[in-house]
Ligand binder design. Structure first.
Ligand SMILES: *Cc1c(COP(=O)(O)O)cnc(C)c1O
Length: 458
């Protein structure tokens, strides 16, 4: 088989600014060892997130020019609504300015004290919005998903036995929603199988609990279904997506992911009563229901992007380029989550840095080391992001200590990725020298965005 090439040509480029290692040692120290506090110009390869960082196509930029900026009833809204409805099969489409705005609206309505929101794994903003409503977020991930080194096709699956057991235990009346994240971002970008989505929907229906999909990476997930799940080999990704959404009562979406947009999101629904409540809240917090916190031009870019992401040549390249980086790291003995996820490679920092205890944040320590070595910016998905304290102030660590290297869509070429692999392998060779970190400042919610840290002295 020949090399799978980038299925696009580049006609507009952005300069990368280079720094040297001693400059980066100073920069990371000034940024309190938190990659969110580093200036983008001081980053060589930015793998902080794949969110809003995609390169838009020339068709999307052309769409920007024809955006209809009418306050109400904009043309662009109707094109957006039609596209989303066609893909999801859902009749109600509510635009929002990004994924978490959809979550805020949804959970303000259905959440609340004493309630449980179940998921395979709630993403950090999703969990924060669940908890902000007073409800409790419950992750019921399958066993394979919790073992980073284990190879299995659908490590994002929810544990359906545990799901039913939990519902029986807590009572369906206390569970207003089950939301399945595809692909499972916080659990390694791992896909969820169609069978699992179907079984979950059957269980939820049995107890009268609505099931939603957190659809940020729906196309990547559906491509994995096509490649890995029996019976889907010859079905188009578009049709697979339609089937997947058919089992759900609604979805939340960040268009900054699989819609190749720099901003945007939406909620899709089947229930008119819930839609009315959502729209009423939308008007207070986001805007009129035909723009929802977005400009008409953004709605155009999203609509065009949603059709582009279903191009299977693109998806083949996308999934392969992530796998390519993962393969290089595995070959060099770097412990990574296996198999590679759709949008990112996750390094198992706990396995790589056994000399750093969880309360010295091995993931964050590795993030700092990657930046110093090669100007690469990744993000910790571990106890800095998800850690809690018990009554005595002792850290309750996260399930895993991962470093996520998220690959922006259509942005970096193969040589950029080769460079990334070289830097990581170099860091891995000198792993014993990496020092742990301790927190000097933290906010109450989503602390990883603004936390300040320093190297432990010992
Ligand atoms: C990014 C993301 C969100 C939140 O979307 P924003 O646009 O960043 O607010 C929700 N869920 C998942 C799985 C995500 O990846």
């Amino acid at each position: 088989m020949k090399t799978i090439i980038e299925p696009f040509k580049i006609k507009s480029v952005e300069q990368i600014y280079f720094t040297n290692k001693s400059q980066r040692i100073e920069i990371i120290k000034k940024a309190h060892y938190n990659p969110f506090l580093i200036k983008a110009d001081d980053v060589i390869i930015d793998l902080l997130t794949d969110s809003g960082t995609s390169a838009m196509s020339s068709a999307q930029w052309a769409g920007i020019m024809i955006g209809d900026e009418s306050y109400a009833g904009s043309n662009s809204f109707f094109r957006f609504e039609k596209t989303v409805s066609e893909i999801t099969g859902m009749p109600i489409v509510i635009p929002t300015h990004q994924g978490r705005a959809s979550e805020k609206i949804l959970f303000s309505i259905i959440g609340g004290k004493g309630k449980y929101i179940i998921s395979n794994t709630l993403f950090d903003t999703t969990r924060a919005n669940v908890e902000a409503s007073g409800a409790e977020g419950v992750d019921i991930l399958c066993a394979e998903g919790k073992i980073p080194s284990m190879i299995a096709p659908f490590k994002g699956n929810i544990d359906t036995n545990a799901l039913e057991k939990f519902i029986k235990e807590k009572g369906a009346e206390n569970i207003p929603l089950c939301i399945i994240t595809v692909t499972n971002n916080s659990g390694g970008g791992q896909p969820v199988s169609m069978q699992n989505i179907k079984e979950s929907s059957i269980i939820c229906k049995k107890y009268g609990i609505p099931m939603f999909i957190d659809a940020c990476r729906f196309a990547e997930n559906c491509y994995f279904i096509k490649k890995r799940e029996k019976g889907y080999e010859n079905i188009s990704v578009r049709e697979i997506a339609k089937e997947m959404f058919s089992y759900a009562d609604g979805s939340t979406m960040s268009a900054k992911k699989d819609a190749f947009a720099n901003i945007g999101g939406f909620i899709t629904l089947k229930n008119e009563e819930l839609a009315t409540k959502c729209r009423n809240l939308l008007i207070i917090t986001e805007g009129f229901p035909t723009y929802g916190g977005l400009a008409g031009r953004d709605l155009e870019a999203i609509a065009i992007g949603l059709n582009e992401v279903l191009d299977e040549n693109y998806l083949q390249y996308r999934i392969r380029s992530t796998e390519y980086l993962s393969e290089k790291l595995v070959a060099a003995g770097v412990p990574v989550m296996q198999p590679s996820g759709g949008h990112a490679v996750y390094i198992d920092a706990k396995a790589m840095l056994p000399h750093i205890t969880v309360d010295n944040y091995p993931g964050q320590s590795l993030v700092a080391a990657l930046y110093i070595e090669g100007g690469i910016r990744g993000v910790e998905i571990g106890s800095l992001m998800f850690g809690k304290y018990d009554k005595n102030g002792k850290l309750i660590p996260a399930m895993m200590e991962l470093v996520r290297l998220a690959i922006p869509r259509r942005v970096y070429t193969q040589s950029h990725i080769d460079y990334v692999a070289e830097v990581i392998i170099e860091v891995s060779k000198n792993r014993e020298k990496i020092k742990g970190l301790e927190i000097t400042y933290e906010a109450e919610a989503l602390r990883h965005f603004t936390a300040k840290l320093k190297e432990v002295s010992s």
